[in-house]
Design a protein around this ligand. Structure first.
Ligand SMILES: C[S@@+](CC[C@H](N)C(=O)[O-])C[C@H]1O[C@@H](n2cnc3c(N)ncnc32)[C@H](O)[C@@H]1O
Length: 229
């Protein structure tokens, strides 16, 4: 597990770096999914980190959240609510289906990749295709992904200095160093690149952009048709 150590190091401080922008992204996702509609839903949170989003999903009434992460140090922070199912695994092709078969044989309503789809493009396509295949009819894969272009990532759109600007500049630098040291996998995409790889995974008509008022992250959804077999 070559990328394990970097995420375990990050786990020491990660929850404390969960600032206003991170919470705003959650609000964008919940608005898109329909806050009320999350009650009773089965969610797979891929790259759940310390579980901030997973716990919010449980508060909103999710029946269970399968929290998948490569880092045991992150999973330790997820919490003990019985609706939070913790699974240590790598998000690689072929890994998600056995987890869903074991913990959600009834099917999954939402698969979330928030700031965790850092695979090379062809692998990301495979992972998203597998995630899309787990969905119940009408279900959605949601991806929250940092913009590859450094200016909007650090300064948003329109460009201006934000509270998160220094952190984003630091974070992008550290991630590149992590990749150089072999401790992290970190491929990031522009908005168009993300849309394109999602369309390769789920088909042209299944991919939507999730409305958001910030410019640092791109938010997309891959929907399974409500009348899918
Ligand atoms: C930037 S954090 C995001 C955490 C959380 N989703 C959030 O937005 O707060 C990325 C998380 O994904 C996990 N991760 C990254 N690459 C992974 C992989 N290939 N397999 C499993 N987990 C991975 C890391 O351990 C880390 O907890």
């Amino acid at each position: 597990m070559s990328e394990l150590w970097a995420w375990n190091v990050s786990a020491w401080v990660y929850a404390r770096t969960y600032g206003p922008l991170a919470h705003r992204l959650d609000e964008d996702v919940f608005s898109w999914l329909g806050r009320e509609g999350l009650a009773g839903k089965v969610v797979m949170d891929c790259g759940c980190g310390p579980g901030v989003v997973a716990r919010k999903l449980v508060e909103l009434g999710a029946a269970k959240v399968i929290c998948v992460d490569v880092s045991p140090k992150m999973l330790e922070q997820v919490g003990d609510d019985p609706r939070l199912i913790k699974v240590q695994a790598r998000l690689e092709p072929g890994e998600l289906k056995p987890i869903a078969d074991q913990y959600a044989p009834e099917g999954v309503d939402v698969v979330l990749f928030k700031r965790s789809l850092y695979h090379p493009t062809d692998v990301a396509v495979e992972v998203l295709r597998e995630a899309h295949g787990l969905l119940k009819p009408g279900g959605q894969v949601v991806v929250v992904h940092p913009e590859r272009k450094i200016l909007p990532y650090a300064f948003g759109r329109p460009l201006r200095v934000h509270r998160h600007t220094p952190y984003h500049l630091f974070n992008r630098t550290i991630s590149k160093i992590g990749v150089r040291l072999g401790g992290e996998q970190y491929t990031v995409h522009t908005r168009d690149e993300l849309l394109s790889l999602a369309r390769r995974a789920a088909g042209e008509n299944s991919v939507s952009e999730i409305p958001t008022s910030q410019g640092s992250f791109n938010l997309i959804a891959l929907t399974r048709a409500a009348d899918a077999a």
